[in-house]
Design a binder for this molecule. Structure first.
Ligand SMILES: NC(=O)c1ccc[n+]([C@@H]2O[C@H](COP(=O)([O-])OP(=O)(O)OC[C@H]3O[C@@H](n4cnc5c(N)ncnc54)[C@H](O)[C@@H]3O)[C@@H](O)[C@H]2O)c1
Length: 253
């Protein structure tokens, strides 16, 4: 088992990518704390994992919740080896239409939430000289897609924040890497992508389909494992080739 004797905190673990990662970590022997703003989802996901898993309700956009979740997870699991920070929300609003309220809401959850949670958990990890942090950015944090004003800016921030963590936390035995998924079939995407968006989006994906949460989980597991002990500060795309493709891309050759 890849994660026997390891413990993991998975934020956003009640749904989608976070839930798939929590399931794989648990199947590989880790004891997992599922953190979610939705207590019902966190409880249900933890129950699916069995008695070794715990559920913690927290809103990652609140610094006091981040400190509490780190303390509670450390107390209930005994230590925190791995943090997967998958809690996040999507947003699609053009630049000229984005209101200050919407900007603040998305940046608070997607970017500040990453900062608060990673900082609180890294303080616990630093105390025992070991840690694996994996954040969730997005291809939207790298390419300037239409309507990705607040979301894309927040995810771009997550990429840089993760690199800074990689640099500053190396001395404590902590690695920090980020994933840049493309379009992955989760509730978030089902809400955000219209039928028309799906057709257009697929044209830009060389592998010609949306990804599955389990396909992101496989990459997260690698980064969370000791197989990746010399990998830190990396941005790993899990996007079917979307970022690699330029305007000359055509599936027919
Ligand atoms: N699905 C995609 O195509 C895709 C692509 C790129 C990046 N991502 C990123 O991956 C992460 C997970 O996305 P997903 O598709 O699994 O979404 P999802 O909606 O299926 O799951 C997100 C989970 O986060 C929780 N959450 C939301 N706000 C929270 C908060 N303030 N505090 C704590 N929990 C909160 C939700 O309750 C939910 O359970 C997000 O950061 C998202 O931006 C997703």
């Amino acid at each position: 088992m890849l994660f026997a004797d390891r413990t993991a905190v998975v934020t956003g673990g009640g749904s989608g990518i976070g839930k798939a990662i929590a399931q794989r970590l648990s199947a590989e022997g880790a004891r997992v704390a599922i953190v979610d703003i939705d207590a019902g989802r966190a409880d249900a996901a933890a129950r699916e994992l069995g008695t070794a898993a715990v559920a913690i309700q927290a809103d990652v956009s609140r610094p006091e919740d981040a400190v509490r979740l780190a303390a509670e997870a450390a107390a209930r699991l005994g230590k925190i080896d791995i943090l997967i920070h998958s809690a996040g929300v999507g947003a699609e609003r053009r630049f000229l239409d984005t209101t200050p309220e919407e900007w603040r809401r998305i940046v608070d959850i997607d970017l500040s939430g990453t900062f608060y949670t990673c900082q609180a958990v890294a303080k616990v990890m630093a105390g025992h000289g070991y840690g694996r942090i994996v954040t969730l950015a997005s291809t939207a944090g790298i390419r300037g897609g239409t309507g990705r004003t607040a979301y894309g800016a927040a995810k771009g921030g997550v990429i840089t924040l993760t690199k800074v963590m990689a640099v500053e936390l190396a001395q404590y035995g902590i690695t920090a890497n980020t994933l840049a998924p493309g379009a992955i079939e989760t509730e978030l995407v089902k809400k955000m992508h219209s039928a028309e968006t799906r057709v257009v989006y697929r044209r830009g994906i060389p592998l010609d389909r949306y990804g599955e949460p389990e396909e992101v989980a496989a990459v997260a597991l690698f980064l969370a494992s000791d197989e990746a002990r010399y990998v830190t500060g990396a941005v790993l795309a899990v996007d079917g080739g979307f970022l690699a493709a330029g305007v000359m891309h055509s599936r027919s050759g």
